[in-house]
Design a protein around this ligand. Structure first.
Ligand code: NAD
Length: 503
């Protein structure tokens, strides 16, 4: 059994805690791994340190690194079929979602990172520092941090690993990544393919284990120069606690409680389709999922009818089948969390419109299935229920005044994403710009790409992932000031002992 991938080699321990990975569709055992101990974490970080301090990777030109990353992108493209099986079996990703979304996003992450590595100007001229008699050239140098500790969640394991690894490597860093204990295999496969692509040993290492043990061993290690986590806000707080005492630069991409904000529109069917997509894609287990929809009061009943009609057509089932829209949730404990959330909302007066049940179909009885749930609530519910649901639950909220709706969104402790829906583009754009969130879509939802920066405000995160800004977060900067001694301003060092002597 494997506990880590270090220096292009799988590591096994004689005695270690087991990590069992189950298929959320039928609870069958898919894979068995071991938990990496602090010693294995140390070995992984030492390997990355050596690759960074003495190896070729950070010393290559951006163009050379780009070539290796392009080779990896191509290998990933060629192995999508096998990668799809891993994501279906471990994360319950549907085949349709993998083929239509992840299959594009994963190679794209490495293509774009390669382009950035090739285009990046690591030296940027700054205005010369001008004094009385001379002007000293100044420039900014961009350098990789060194060894990056990356931690990823279970909801989109391969995409999120690619979104962290690709820019980190492109900038010249070496990496130790810990995937979620629920979804391990695709990250290991990515590391194998990186080796095949010619990325040198030690540049990309993987350690397996749970957060409080292996994850914290990684964060506490003195050999880590930069941390990037994608996960829940709760874990983000803990990670921040551990890294802030050392002022370790830390990116946190955390949870959301995102609203689809509907304006007065006649296209009720179009809006219903959009809200369904926003809320239920991958069972709402996406940080930007639109789990709340604020709707003009007079449109709620027509919209509800359309939503119910569309929800009736969603196919729940085996994620491996091409016809399935919604597979299982990640595991039963998570399903219980979602059910508790729904019951909690109903206990506070929200009304169940549809769903929120474990399906009757005996073929689905072993899996963590839940029928997509539609509730009707109030703005007060949005304000009091502060937790993220991360499940297939959409709460429709009627509003009378758009200002009341935007205020509730802007006062939420989360500030990840939102979408605005309607027909008047100018009005929608103005409305979008009033929302205090990191990403906002107009008549769209879920469109993310490493082309564009992704950032969470307030408790949704710290620092930017993706885009040029995300790439830059894997670099540190240095200012260099060049004084030409012969031309130095004679008055620059103004202590008497240093001033030129009057002869
Ligand atoms: P999680 O926070 O429970 O775990 C995320 C990762 O952190 C896992 O690898 C876990 O093992 C590790 N971890 C847990 N405790 C740790 C600790 N004490 N020290 C170090 N590492 C620790 O999240 P999850 O349940 O795997 O994923 C769902 C969450 O991720 C949701 O809240 C979702 O919103 C969030 N998410 C955010 C984004 C984003 O980009 N903003 C994207 C996807 C998911």
């Amino acid at each position: 059994m494997v506990c880590a991938w270090i220096d292009h080699t799988y590591r096994e321990l004689r005695h270690a805690a087991e990590l069992r990975v189950f298929n959320p569709f039928d609870a069958s055992l898919v894979a068995c791994y071991q938990e990496a101990t602090a010693r294995e974490v140390d070995a992984a970080i030492t390997s990355a340190r050596k690759a960074f301090d003495d190896g070729p990777w950070p010393r290559m030109s951006g163009t050379e690194r780009a070539r290796a990353l392009q080779r990896l992108a191509k290998l990933l493209q060629n192995h999508l079929q096998g990668l799809a099986e891993l994501e279906i079996q471990e994360a319950g990703v549907t085949r349709r979602k993998f083929e239509r979304m992840d299959a594009r996003l994963v190679p794209e992450a490495f293509h774009i990172a390669a382009q950035r590595a090739a285009q990046d100007s690591i030296r940027e001229e700054l205005p010369a520092f001008a004094t009385g008699v001379s002007a000293s050239p100044n420039y900014l140098l961009r350098q990789p941090w060194g060894v990056c500790g990356l931690i990823t969640p279970w909801n989109m394991p391969l995409v999120l690993a690619a979104w962290k690894i690709a820019p980190a490597l492109a900038a010249g860093n070496c990496v130790v990544i810990k995937p979620s204990e629920y979804t391990i295999s695709s990250t290991l496969r990515l590391a194998e393919l990186a080796a095949e692509a010619g990325i040198p040993a030690g540049v990309l290492n993987v350690v397996l284990g749970r957060g409080p043990s292996t994850g914290e061993a990684l964060l506490r290690h003195r050999g880590i120069d930069k941390v990037s986590l994608t996960g829940s806000t709760q874990v983000g707080h803990r990670v921040q606690q551990l890294t802030s005492s050392r002022f370790l630069p830390t990116n946190l991409e955390l949870g959301g409680r995102n609203v689809s904000l509907v304006t007065a529109t006649d296209d009720i069917e179009g809006v219903a389709r959009g809200l369904l997509w926003a809320a239920y894609l991958h069972n709402g287990q996406i940080c930007v999922a639109g789990s709340w929809a604020f709707v003009p009061e007079e449109k709620v009943s027509a919209l509800t009818v359309q939503m119910v009609n569309l929800m009736d057509q969603l196919q729940l089932g085996n994620p491996a089948l091409a016809s399935t829209d919604l597979g299982p949730l990640i595991h039963r404990k998570h399903r219980d969390h979602v059910l508790n959330y729904v019951n909690g909302l109903m206990g506070k007066g929200a009304q169940l419109v549809k769903g929120g049940e474990t399906p009757q179909d005996p073929l689905l009885s072993q899996g963590a299935f839940l029928t997509p749930c539609l509730l009707q609530g109030t703005i007060q519910h949005y304000q009091t229920i502060q937790t993220e649901v991360f499940g297939p639950v959409l709460t429709l909220v009627p509003y009378r005044c758009i200002d009341e709706a935007t205020r509730a969104i802007n006062e939420s402790p989360y500030g990840l994403a939102a979408s605005v829906w309607g027909q008047d583009s100018d009005q929608l754009t103005a409305l979008a710009e009033r929302l205090d969130v990191g990403t906002v879509w107009v008549n769209q939802h879920h469109v993310l790409s490493p082309e564009y920066p992704f950032v969470g405000r307030r408790q949704s995160g710290l620092g930017t992932d993706l885009g040029w800004e995300g790439f830059r977060s894997f670099q540190k900067t240095m200012r260099v000031h060049l004084d030409v001694t012969a031309a130095r301003d004679q008055e620059a060092f103004f202590y008497s002992a240093l001033l030129p002597q009057v002869r």
